[in-house]
Design a protein around this ligand. Structure first.
Ligand SMILES: Nc1nc2c(c(=O)[nH]1)N[C@H]1C(S)=C(S)[C@@H](COP(=O)(O)OP(=O)(O)OC[C@H]3O[C@@H](n4cnc5c(=O)[nH]c(N)nc54)[C@H](O)[C@@H]3O)O[C@H]1N2
Ligand SMILES: Nc1nc2c(c(=O)[nH]1)N[C@H]1C(S)=C(S)[C@@H](COP(=O)(O)OP(=O)(O)OC[C@H]3O[C@@H](n4cnc5c(=O)[nH]c(N)nc54)[C@H](O)[C@@H]3O)O[C@H]1N2
Ligand SMILES: [Mo]
Length: 720
């Protein structure tokens, strides 16, 4: 047999923090990854990959990858590193940590992780067991979804809710705070299928996003006011007799109280709060309540304001009020992750956390490093993996200031020298998805998926799970936890006897790559047709028993930490909680900073990933500031002109993009651009506040006021 060398196909899964979690086929020739394609047989992802992943094979061979452990040889932030061995790196870490532990105690070490990788072994919680065993501060990981998930659990419990594939059966669809065409590309075709059969698609978004443009109706709402809109819809639904009283009587609790609350939100009042005409609010409520079935796709973006969590509770009440759950294709979708029998207690080992160990919220990183949070002991070492806080966390200037501290020992495990990695004292090289084994956690569909390694790791890169194994051995931990193979860990980390996994084995995943959970098929599934909510009462709780309990724990990826602080008051009913920063809630601040800003996801990057690759940058374009032509005119700003966006927290710059896609009073700039590539050395999180959402301590990236002005002439712009 002659001809081209033989191609082997290995089954894989996209590693990214995205609801799609696409099924891959790795194409390997002579030990080289020559292509990565989508698996056409996968019912949800159907073989297509997105703009970010369509050259994923080449991504593995990016010459900028970190291939060896490195040690800083220049000033912090200079990016000057020299190669060292794994032994040297581990010895240095052990020496520094032993010193710090001796002087300050282990709590002076702070881990920092997010979802750079979404695997069971290598993802968000890859280091939890290690850091819990070490006695480090517990990092509370609430960059994303903790506000949504808290609200969801309070209202309907840990249910998967409406399946993305079942949207094809809906007759009326509200996409609420989500830009699906960019952020859930493989979910969008199910909505289009419904639309072809006559369904109407409504998008509620301050910005006329790609998805809003593709919808039948775009409702432009002021950021952070969705709670008022949902309560206004309830007001109309109740006043006009559109409630499914039978469903409400049988399967909900707290209707009378909710009715009282909704009565406070007549459409005229809601119109003032949200900026949406009262008649549109009435139309939306009537259409939503009378279409059968109606469906709501909730975006994580809904949580990014002071009242985001309460808004999500109000939205999550709507389907029960109108009986939408009765039908296949009716109800609402947050994240179906709760259907997966992942044993987070076995992964994270919360039993190893010593009682009283302090918790530091990752959104407070800047405050923690600079001493703004009076921490005793102070944070003397930071260990970053799967995350890029300089780009993705709020209060960017504070974080950079903290990372420059000479007495802070920073270790970063990375694929590339990111905005954060630049400040490391020690860099550790991580593998990419084609080089490692993992079962992927997914939050946008109902398939359990196994990624198998297709090629050898380059240089001295190791998967996160192996890095923590090495660190555990270096620190002298002899627990069995780190003695297992990756396969043994995966077998332990899922409950293979759970009803959802009936008929699904690890061997089946090895052969087929993926399997749908046993939770009903898309054309048949109506999980709450007869109640069966996963709350304490088994009902949809308009009035939340969890809130009345005062404190509860959600077994999420952020590792089973309390959703509320003990004793914290949470309104048992959903309500509209105004933004921290808006003309209405803070008029003084609005005099100086009259514009609201939102900073949604970039189409061609995945958070900050790929923002260092030229062809992705070409697709995404530079960091731009989208502003309404009227606001631009009032400031003498011409199209394409360099502008400065600022508030008391900081500033960033970019060319102005004049567009009616944002209403007057609103500006938009995408998150994800690297500060090192930005003209001002800062990106959008320079202006973000590190205040938390009222539920789940999520971020408030949509709750910020700024002003925009023409940037100073380039020669006057001081270099950092
Ligand atoms: N302004 C604003 N800020 C936001 C948001 C917003 O909407 N607006 N969104 C927030 C949300 S929703 C999220 S989820 C967060 C995301 O915040 P992050 O999770 O910090 O985002 P990424 O940019 O994906 O950074 C992940 C890093 O992990 C690295 N990485 C990837 N794979 C591996 C691996 O296997 N091992 C190791 N060690 N490293 C790896 C990548 O190279 C990358 O640098 O950002 C939040 N920040
Ligand atoms: N291409 C791409 N896809 C991604 C990601 C990425 O970085 N790039 N990131 C992944 C991650 S980590 C996540 S969490 C998801 C997030 O995905 P989405 O939930 O879609 O989040 P965003 O893109 O931040 O924002 C979606 C829309 O919400 C709007 N919005 C902002 N604030 C508000 C508000 O207060 N109310 C309402 N109604 N709308 C608001 C924004 O204008 C934006 O158009 O995407 C995932 N998918
Ligand atoms: Mo996210």
């Amino acid at each position: 047999m002659s001809g081209p060398s033989e191609q082997t196909i290995v089954r894989g899964v996209c590693p990214h923090d995205c609801p799609d979690t696409c099924a891959f086929l790795y194409h390997v020739e002579d030990g080289k990854l020559v292509d990565v394609t989508g698996d056409r047989d996968h019912p949800m992802t159907r073989g297509g990959l997105c703009v970010k992943l369509n050259d994923f094979a080449d991504h593995h061979y990016n010459p900028d990858r970190i291939l060896y452990p490195m040690k800083r040889v220049g000033p912090k932030g200079s990016g000057a590193f020299a190669r060292i061995s794994w032994d040297e790196a581990l010895t240095e870490i052990k020496t520094r940590w032993t010193d710090i532990i001796g002087t300050y105690g282990a709590e002076a070490i702070m881990p920092h992780a997010y979802l750079g990788h979404q695997g069971t072994l290598n993802g968000l919680t890859a280091g939890d067991a290690f850091f819990n065993r070490l006695g480090a501060s517990v990092a509370e990981k609430t960059y994303c979804e903790s506000g949504s998930s808290t609200a969801w659990h309070m209202t309907v419990g840990g249910t998967g809710g409406l399946d993305i594939e079942s949207f094809a059966y809906a007759k009326y669809i509200i996409v609420w705070g989500m830009n699906m065409i960019s952020t859930n590309l493989h979910g969008w075709p199910f909505l289009l299928e419904a639309q072809k059969k006559g369904a109407k698609i409504v998008v509620i978004d301050p910005v006329k996003s790609r998805t809003a443009k593709a919808a039948d109706w775009h409702i432009a709402i002021k950021p952070g006011t969705d709670g008022a809109l949902a309560l206004g819809m309830m007001n109309v639904i109740i006043a006009e007799g559109l409630v499914d009283q039978d469903y409400v009587d049988r399967y909900t609790i707290g209707y009378e109280e909710l009715k009282g609350r909704a009565a406070e939100y007549p459409p005229e009042r809601v119109s003032e709060i949200t900026g949406i005409p009262a008649e549109d609010i009435r139309t939306l409520a009537r259409e939503y309540a009378t279409a059968r079935p109606s469906a709501i796709r909730q975006g994580v973006a809904l949580e990014r304001s002071h009242g985001g969590g309460q808004a999500i509770r109000a939205i999550t009440c709507l389907p029960a009020l109108v009986g939408a759950w009765r039908h296949v294709g009716g109800g609402t979708m947050e994240m179906p992750i709760w259907e997966f029998p992942t044993r987070f207690d076995r992964i994270c080992r919360p039993d190893w956390i010593k009682p009283g160990t302090r918790v530091i919220n990752e959104l407070d990183l800047g405050a923690a490093l600079t001493g703004e949070l009076a921490l005793d002991p102070p944070v003397q070492s930071l260990f970053v993996y799967n995350s890029n806080p300089v780009s993705q966390a709020p209060a960017q200037a504070k974080i950079v200031e903290g990372l420059k501290r000479e007495d802070l020992f920073t270790v970063v495990s990375e694929l590339f020298v990111t905005d954060t990695a630049k400040y490391a004292d020690i860099l550790l090289p991580a593998t990419m998805q084609g080089e490692q084994l993992d079962i992927m956690v997914t939050w946008g569909h109902l398939y359990l998926m196994l990624n198998q390694p297709a090629i050898a790791a380059p240089g001295e890169c190791v998967p996160n799970v192996e890095m923590f194994r090495r660190l555990a051995r270096t620190m002298g931990f002899t627990d069995d936890y780190w003695d297992r193979t990756e396969e043994e860990m995966l077998l332990d980390f899922y409950d293979w006897d759970a009803p959802q996994l009936q008929g699904i084995t690890y061997d089946l995943l090895k052969e087929k790559g993926w399997a749908r959970l046993n939770v009903g098929l898309p054309g048949e599934r109506a999980p709450h047709a007869e109640g069966n909510f996963k709350t304490a009462s088994g009902k949809c709780e308009f009035k939340s028993s969890m809130a009345e309990g005062g404190n509860f724990v959600i077994p999420v990826w952020r590792s089973m930490y309390e959703a509320m602080q003990p004793g914290e008051y949470v309104d048992p009913l959903p309500d509209y909680v105004p933004p921290y920063e808006s003309a209405a809630s803070n008029p003084d601040q609005a005099l100086r900073y009259p514009l609201s800003i939102v900073s949604p996801k970039p189409h061609a990057f995945l958070n900050s990933q790929y923002a260092n690759e030229e062809h992705k940058k070409a697709r995404q374009g530079a960091l731009r500031v989208m502003i309404n032509p009227a606001d631009a005119a009032a400031r003498g700003i011409l199209p394409g002109e360099q502008v400065r966006v600022f508030n008391d927290r900081g500033s960033f710059e970019g060319p102005a993009e004049l567009s009616e896609d944002v209403v007057p009073g609103l500006v938009m700039a995408n998150v994800g651009h690297w500060t090192s590539a930005a003209s001002s050395g800062a990106s959008v999180n320079a202006i973000s506040s590190d205040k938390h959402c009222g539920l789940g301590r999520a971020g408030t990236f949509s709750d910020n006021l700024v002003e925009v002005e023409k940037a100073a002439a380039p020669m006057l712009v001081a270099a950092e």
